[in-house]
Write a protein that binds this ligand. Structure first.
Ligand code: FES
Length: 105
């Protein structure tokens, strides 16, 4: 894997349609596995308040925040339901040799 890619976990460590927390230095991410077996990563904290989205609920391509039920499309970062209005930052994800990698800039 080329420079800038950070290993998150083995592919099987995230269930389908679920999310895990991944901390790396000062950055905290939410890493998702979709119901279509694709992997995505966003900033871990909700843009509404500082609540970690890894405690939220994954439904299709949406993550629902555990605090006020704001929603985001985790494949694009777009805010989908108030009180979440500001988009999440997304990060590139790659799978190689059975492992999930994210690119953190
Ligand atoms: S903290 Fe996420 S919607 Fe309020």
């Amino acid at each position: 894997m080329s420079q800038g890619w950070i290993e998150v976990c083995e592919v099987g460590e995230i269930d389908e349609e679920d999310v895990i927390r991944f901390d790396h230095g000062a950055v905290s991410l939410a890493v998702y596995r979709s119901d279509k077996d694709k992997y995505y990563a966003t900033d871990g904290f909700c843009t509404h308040e500082r609540v970690h989205l890894s405690d939220g609920l994954v439904m299709g391509s949406v993550i629902e925040c555990p605090k006020h039920n704001g929603r985001f499309d985790y494949t694009t970062g777009a805010a989908k339901k108030t009180p979440a209005c500001e988009a999440l930052k997304t990060y590139p994800v790659q799978i190689e040799a059975g492992k999930v990698y994210v690119q953190i800039d």
